[in-house]
Design a protein around this ligand. Structure first.
Ligand SMILES: Nc1nc2c(ncn2[C@@H]2O[C@H](COP(=O)(O)OP(=O)(O)OP(=O)(O)O)[C@@H](O)[C@H]2O)c(=O)[nH]1
Ligand SMILES: [Mg+2]
Length: 391
């Protein structure tokens, strides 16, 4: 699957930068073009300057709202982020169509941190613009949820998250949710933490994007997971994870691959990798809430076998009981066995619902402070309706 990536705001831009690096890696390591184009969109000149891998020309690093913000960001007010994205959206469309390889793109991925101003506001607006402009290509979102401490110290964050999530859900074909808090490493500087998180967020996409683009016959799986399978799987709230286990490159003398113990060990490794992938999903969720799911097994060709695939399918079905499951094998890795898992079309997410409730409370408190009427307690559906949309 080939993606055009658009990173909005600082968080989105940095993760998009990591996707640019991934695109380079797939090209150099595997001769595959999985990332057709990467753009960063921001109201902040300094943020755009801080990127490393995205092209440095004006069609790849796009400044929006320059006149309104003076190139210094929107200071967390995501309505302004939305407004300037609406005004300068044509710059993004120009940037996208400037690349000759655009026609190869299967889908868009628009990325932002939900708690900021620029990305949080621009993401749904640009998603809507892309959907109107390129009707036959799905537009996905990847939304980063804030660290716990940000919610406590920066009240406005909650409101930004609530309005961004609602608006994205209304327009995007699917929304990947990423919880910053889940990836945090204690005693590590914030800068290093963010760099590590960005790497971990993008890593699960590596094999997933490559699998359907392989042209070397020995690396083409017996059941290829291609763009069609991925597009059919992605809908609504979505999470992704990747797990890997090492396997010895050289079998010890006398170790027989056909021996039943060897076979059991292989299957166990597969399940171990899948357990890891599920343990490391981008947001903690209930697998039974997923209506669609997929997994991709990447392993050395000699380790691939029917039993392993059957076992993995059975394992995923046992936890994602309500999901239609798609799967594929990708005989690529050396010395390791990796499993990518996507759970999609989640009917509920405790974290998302909590944000909606907290946003409603925030609105009520703000109104009360301004002398308005306090909202009484409401159901989640009413809450969803009461959250302002950025569109
Ligand atoms: N994972 C990750 N999260 C980040 C990164 N940078 C910022 N964030 C998170 O993103 C949120 C803030 O959004 P930013 O992207 O900084 O804000 P912005 O879109 O640039 O908007 P303004 O600066 O307000 O104009 C916070 O929750 C941060 O923790 C990053 O590089 N990686
Ligand atoms: Mg910023």
């Amino acid at each position: 699957m080939k993606l055009t990536i658009i990173g909005c705001g600082q968080c989105g831009g940095r993760i998009a930068d990591e996707f640019a690096l991934l695109g380079r890696a797939t090209r150099v390591q595997r001769g595959i073009d999985a990332v057709t184009n990467v753009l960063a969109v921001n109201t902040d000149i300094a943020d755009l300057s801080g990127l490393s891998h995205i092209g440095s020309d004006y069609q790849h690093r796009i400044l929006i709202g320059g006149q309104k913000t003076g190139g210094h960001g929107v200071g967390k007010i995501n309505e302004i982020g939305a407004e300037v994205a609406r005004e300068d959206g044509d710059k993004v469309i120009e940037g996208i169509s400037a690349t000759q390889r655009f026609f190869e793109t299967d889908a868009f991925l628009v990325i932002a941190g939900a708690a900021g101003g620029t990305g949080s506001g621009a993401l749904p607006v640009l998603t809507q613009l892309l959907k109107e402009r390129y009707m036959h290509r799905p537009v996905y979102n990847l939304i980063v949820l804030p660290f716990k401490h940000e919610e406590i110290t920066e009240e406005r964050s909650i409101y930004n998250v609530g309005t961004c999530l609602k608006s994205a859900y209304l327009v995007a074909d699917a929304v990947f949710l990423v919880d910053n808090q889940r990836y945090i490493t204690k005693n590590m500087s914030i800068r290093k933490n963010l760099a590590k998180i960005n790497h971990l967020v993008v890593k699960p996409f590596y094999n997933l994007l490559c699998a359907g683009e392989e042209i070397t016959s020995k690396y083409v799986g017996s059941r290829v997971l291609d763009a069609g399978d991925i597009i059919q799987t992605l809908a609504g709230w979505t999470v992704i994870g990747y797990g890997e286990v090492r396997i010895p490159r050289i079998r010890l003398l006398g170790e027989d691959k056909l021996h039943f113990r060897g076979k059991i060990a292989e299957t166990q490794k597969g399940v171990q990798a899948m357990e890891k992938a599920i343990g490391e999903l981008s947001l903690k969720c209930n697998a039974t809430d997923a209506r669609r799911a997929l997994y991709l097994l990447t392993a050395p060709p000699e380790e691939m076998n029917m039993d392993l695939i059957k076992e993995l399918s059975a394992y995923l079905k046992s936890i994602a009981t309500e999901a239609i499951i798609r799967s594929g094998d990708y005989p690529r890795e050396k010395g390791s066995l990796g499993v990518t898992v996507v759970l999609s079309d989640l009917v509920s997410s405790r974290k998302v619902m909590a944000y909606f409730t907290k946003t409603i409370n925030y609105i009520a408190i703000t109104k009360r402070r301004q002398g308005g009427v306090e909202h009484e307690h409401r159901g989640i559906e009413e809450a969803f309706r009461d959250i302002p949309s950025l569109l």
